[in-house]
Design a protein around this ligand. Structure first.
Ligand SMILES: [Zn+2]
Ligand SMILES: [Zn+2]
Length: 199
């Protein structure tokens, strides 16, 4: 990714569009960097535990460099907009939670309501664009305390991704990591085939 891009630009390019959720992720990344006093040009050992898989996580990935592929992004499917960002080198971690009322700005609320509406009139389409511009201004200019709660937490103990040899699933014939394969009475199955047999 281009080094000259601002964090915001990196996030938008990675995510593919601008939306309030992504912008909130941009602000959360900004908070994490400020709090942990990390300079990303020198320090790339950050890791993140994310409790949502919505838009904001893309900002965490694009800006903080925490990704599934690198093994420094951990997903906990709690359905909460909470990010725990930590530096192993500095032995410091911050837990950032989006405030429940964080997006109660009228323009942002109206934008989100229209966004999830099935059909839009031409006027509403035009309104959507204006609302997004206003929402952008609002989110990017709010003090961080208005958007998030945060506190220091212990650096989480996490296992590195386990790399085990692949074995072949007896049903589909595809390879699967040995520690993910399921041994049944008479065969070795990948989790997918195992599930399809139950269903
Ligand atoms: Zn989005
Ligand atoms: Zn299979």
């Amino acid at each position: 990714m281009c080094k000259d891009m601002s964090p915001l630009e990196k996030a938008i390019q990675f995510h593919g569009h601008i939306c309030p959720g992504l912008l909130m992720g941009v602000r959360a990344a900004e908070l994490a960097l400020e709090y942990l006093q990390v300079d990303l040009d020198q320090d790339d050992d950050l890791a993140a535990i994310v409790e949502t898989n919505f838009c904001g996580v893309d900002a965490i990935q694009a800006i903080l460099g925490c990704t599934f592929g690198k093994g420094n992004l951990y997903f906990r499917d709690y359905g909460k907009i909470v990010y725990t960002i930590f530096s192993r080198k500095k032995q410091q971690a911050i837990r950032i939670a989006q405030r429940f009322e964080a997006l109660d700005d009228p323009n942002t609320k109206r934008y989100l309501a229209l966004r999830f509406q099935e059909q839009l009139t031409t006027e509403e389409e035009a309104e959507l664009e204006d609302l997004l511009a206003l929402s952008f201004e609002w989110i990017m200019s709010q003090p961080l305390e208005r958007l998030f709660h945060w506190r220091q937490v212990d650096v989480p103990e996490l296992n590195k991704a386990e790399i085990t040899p692949s074995v072949q699933c007896h049903k589909c014939g595809e390879g699967v990591l040995k520690n993910k394969a399921v041994l049944t009475d008479d065969s070795l199955l990948c989790p997918e085939c195992r599930l399809s047999m139950e269903g």
